[in-house]
Ligand binder design. Structure first.
Ligand SMILES: [Zn+2]
Length: 293
């Protein structure tokens, strides 16, 4: 399947028009840059003369661009390659199903100590492989998202980093378990590259053991729909801060609806998680398929 975005405008007359427009407005575009350069030429020496401390306080941390009430990661998100190698050399890849123009990203096992999520997403993928994706959607499966952690039964990857704290969210905090900087890990870079390339309309990430449906970004309606089927607790917040999480970055910063589905510690019966969640997840996918883009 070909996912790349094709250049569609090859008409020479429209290309000429574009060049004319660019040439017409180039002075307007230059003006703010020149004005800023002039302002910087005056301000920077003034601050330097006023004392080095002031400069230290306003200097943003490397990699971050700081606004008045917000900061954002200014390093480019890496391109999506497939497959990539995990820290320990395992292959990490994405499997697409369907022909739709709307993409949905489905993740299991970003925490290697939560195998229930891996099993559920595997069951879901097997089901979709057999029955097909809902019309209008292409489902992108990454499971397990942290194969090195899963092999050892550990939450973190092989560097000891919690991948779900390593995204370039505005609330990212450098920490030995979160990484010194966002996207320091091949596994989180891989997921960020997928999000950059495919612009999913929805993300489902499956965890354990809270038996709850948690959401970030504009996903409350979808979360309520899922919870009405699986009867798990609906949670606007998990009750503790999750800086640098996928929910913080994709959901809150990028406004992509995301549900963090927390399965129970143990399934009620073999494949019980699938039985409890299958219908609700399908209803969510069907709603996405019928909604306008
Ligand atoms: Zn988890």
């Amino acid at each position: 399947m070909e996912f790349s975005i094709q250049a569609t405008d090859t008409d020479p007359s429209s290309r000429r028009k574009e060049i004319e427009l660019r040439s017409k407005y180039r002075h307007y575009r230059r003006f703010p840059t020149k004005a800023l350069q002039l302002l910087r030429g005056i301000l920077v020496p003034a601050i330097l003369l006023g004392g080095g401390c002031a400069l230290n306080q306003v200097e943003p941390a490397p990699g971050w661009e700081e606004g008045k009430n917000h900061k954002w990661w200014r390093e480019p998100i890496p391109d999506y390659p497939d497959p990539v190698q995990t820290v320990q050399g395992r292959s990490l890849s994405m499997r697409p199903y369907g022909e739709g123009t709307k993409f949905v990203l489905i993740l299991g096992g970003i925490h290697g100590s939560e195998p229930g999520g891996v099993d559920l997403v595997q069951d879901l993928e097997d089901w979709i492989r057999e029955k097909g994706a809902p019309k209008g959607l292409t489902l992108l499966f990454v499971n397990p998202a942290n194969p090195d952690g899963l092999a050892k039964g550990k939450r973190e990857n092989a560097h000891g980093i919690d991948l779900n704290r390593n995204f370039p969210a505005s609330n990212f905090r450098p920490h030995p378990k979160s990484g010194r900087q966002p996207l320091s890990e091949p596994e989180s870079r891989f997921l960020a590259g997928i999000i950059k390339q495919f612009h999913p309309v929805f993300i489902l990430t499956v965890h354990q053991p809270r038996r709850s449906v948690n959401w970030d970004g504009p996903a409350e309606g979808l979360a309520r729909l899922l919870a009405s089927y699986n009867h798990y607790r609906l949670e606007a917040s998990v009750g503790y801060p999750t800086p640098g999480s996928l929910g913080s970055w994709a959901g809150i910063d990028l406004q992509i609806p995301i549900i963090t589905l927390e399965l129970p510690k143990k399934p009620e019966s073999p494949r019980g998680d699938f039985a409890e969640n299958m219908e609700g997840i399908l209803q969510v996918l069907r709603r996405l398929a019928y909604e306008n883009p």
